[in-house]
Design a protein around this ligand. Structure first.
Ligand code: NAD
Ligand code: ZN
Length: 247
């Protein structure tokens, strides 16, 4: 942990890539863990444009359930540690695959949402966006002024990522000399390849995940702990290091 904390403190451009596991300790289930199932459906069968147009009410009921969970969840200690690192000028950008808003509620300012946000509803007809603070009550299906059906403002499986956000994330990866990859299985692409860019450019990867993932083989440091446990230990070490520097 001391080594890792030194790498973090001495980094020139530290970024982080987070996934569903980062919010798991805030009570938001990941897609692939055991409790990631809703009724009898798999996320992969609901979070697609095909599923939405086949049965918008089913998909909307699932999203209303997820929105409820996300809107009532609180940022955890790992989110707060990232906000602290950003305030200290160490962490430059958080690139997240999460559609919750826990990084912003914890206090981070530089966040790239690669997969959109649950707080945004989009009109499928005119493209207008609406920000919400509570889930729509289903039925009826939520509609725009233009009568178009509204959909959650997230990226579904099979859909391209917003070009501007992806480009920005790639630029951030290119600049990173260190990237923390936390709570992601790194199998959803292209997000999962951002650590490869860092590595290719000679940067270091710190992985935080209780389990082996698709990028574990390129990680320079692997912390097999939950995000909260790992960040607590890292922040303790960073505080010690900075105090030693002062005295
Ligand atoms: P994933 O479900 O594929 O992987 C989750 C990873 O988190 C796993 O590797 C697991 O070992 C790890 N994990 C579980 N608990 C953890 C903990 N306490 N601390 C650290 N790691 C932990 O998630 P993904 O890689 O983000 O990709 C799936 C897609 O799911 C993304 O596109 C994302 O948009 C979406 N999603 C988002 C949320 C959210 O916004 N909170 C929740 C579920 C799914
Ligand atoms: Zn509209």
């Amino acid at each position: 942990m001391r080594n890792i904390s030194e790498v973090i403190v001495e980094s020139k451009y530290l970024t982080a890539l987070t996934g569903a596991g980062f919010s798991a300790e805030s009570g938001i289930p990941t897609f692939r863990d055991e409790d990631g199932l809703w009724e009898k459906y798999r996320a992969e069968d609901l979070a697609t444009p095909e599923a939405f147009w086949r049965d918008p009410e089913l998909v909307w009921r699932w999203y209303a359930w997820r929105m409820e969970k996300v809107f009532s969840a609180e940022p955890n200690e790992a989110h707060r540690s990232f906000a602290e690192l950003e305030k200290m000028g160490i962490l430059k950008t958080v690139i997240t695959q999460n559609v919750d808003d826990l990084h912003e509620r914890a206090g981070n300012k530089n966040i790239i949402h690669l997969h959109g946000r649950l707080k945004i509803l989009m009109c499928t007809k005119c493209g207008k966006e609406f920000e919400i603070n509570s889930p729509p009550k289903i039925p009826p299906l939520p509609r725009c002024e233009c009568d178009g059906l509204l959909r959650p403002g997230v990226v579904w499986f099979g859909e391209p990522l917003p070009e501007k956000d992806l480009r920005k994330a790639q630029e951030e990866a290119l600049k990173s000399d260190v990237m923390i990859v936390a709570g992601t299985s790194a199998i959803v692409q292209p997000a999962g390849s951002l650590p490869l860019i860092v590595k290719r450019e000679g940067g270091l990867i710190i992985e935080i995940n209780p389990k082996e993932t698709a990028i574990s083989h390129i990680a320079d440091f692997k912390i097999r702990m939950s995000a909260v446990e790992a960040m607590r230990k890292i922040m303790e070490e960073i505080c010690k290091l900075l105090n030693e520097e002062k005295s």
